[in-house]
Design a protein around this ligand. Structure first.
Ligand code: NDP
Length: 239
């Protein structure tokens, strides 16, 4: 794989922990200057060259960050990783939780794409990778809000891929299966065991499994891949 040109900036949202932190580590290792975005930081992780405290639902804050970073260097990569769950059966779901999950998981990535795309288009180069979910592809009881937001992200990705393919910009999604993080540790243990039994690979995924796929999609080896949803799930779902 060709090395990343030194100094190119990668924005990773939700980089303080879980999959986002693993992505920040992996990108730093292959030469990206990572600007991590999160709502809060624990102070322990040194993977990100730049740490920014903001909420991806705040378009002005995201646009200001992008403008500041572009004064320092070229943003070559955006990874839309920040996401939340607010699970409940649809007929009992608080409508505010439906809107919140769409706001963070779908409007947040739009905000970041909206902010970075003009610069990428001006340079005829750039890559965007967004974290969708296996549950966007198959549905999930208790996750009407989450599955809707993550399915929306796939439609947004394909549309932006079409709009920007002629400008040398690729836009793709990764659809993780069951990955061991705080998000999945919140699932009741009985459900977690049942989910594990359905994974042909016989294990849950690690944040590093996802990070490796991001590194590939961000590399020149993936220049001809756009508008795709790459499943990383140990064989659990084969659409
Ligand atoms: P975690 O909950 O472990 O980490 C998510 C990070 O995103 C947290 O640091 C969180 O901060 C941050 N974040 C949440 N909302 C915002 C916001 N509005 N603005 C900025 N940062 C925010 O999640 P995972 O690492 O497990 O998941 C990462 C991504 O992968 C998500 O998009 C998730 O939907 C997706 N995914 C995960 C799967 C899994 O099995 N774990 C499976 C499929 C998809 P805070 O601490 O403040 O909440």
């Amino acid at each position: 794989m060709s090395p990343t040109p030194p100094g190119r900036i990668a924005i990773v949202t939700g980089a303080a922990r879980g999959i986002g932190a693993a992505i920040a580590h992996a990108l730093t290792e292959v030469g990206w200057r990572v600007a991590g975005v999160d709502r809060s930081w624990s102070g322990e992780d040194e993977a990100c060259a730049i740490r920014e405290t903001l909420d991806v639902t705040d378009y002005e804050a995201v646009a200001n960050l992008v403008a500041r970073l572009e004064a320092e260097g070229e943003i070559g990569l955006l990874v839309n990783n920040a996401g939340i769950t607010r699970d409940a059966i649809a007929h009992k779901m608080d409508p505010a939780d439906f809107r919140l999950v769409l706001e963070v998981n779908l409007v947040g990535p739009f905000n970041a794409c909206r902010a970075v795309l003009p610069g990428m288009r001006a340079r005829n180069a750039g890559k965007i990778v967004s974290l969708t979910s296996m549950n966007a592809l198959r549905g999930a009881a208790g996750q009407a809000n989450y599955a809707a937001a993550k399915a929306g992200l796939i439609g947004m990705t394909k549309s932006m891929a079409l709009e920007n393919a002629g400008k040398g910009i690729t836009v793709n999604c990764i659809a993780p299966g069951y990955i061991e993080t705080e998000m999945t540790r919140a699932i009741p243990s009985q459900l977690r065991e049942a989910e594990l039994a359905r994974i042909p690979a016989g294990r849950v995924g690690t944040p590093e499994d996802i990070a490796g796929t991001v590194v590939f999609l961000a590399s020149p080896a993936a220049d001809f891949i756009t508008g795709q949803v790459i499943s990383v799930n140990g064989g659990q779902l084969m659409p």
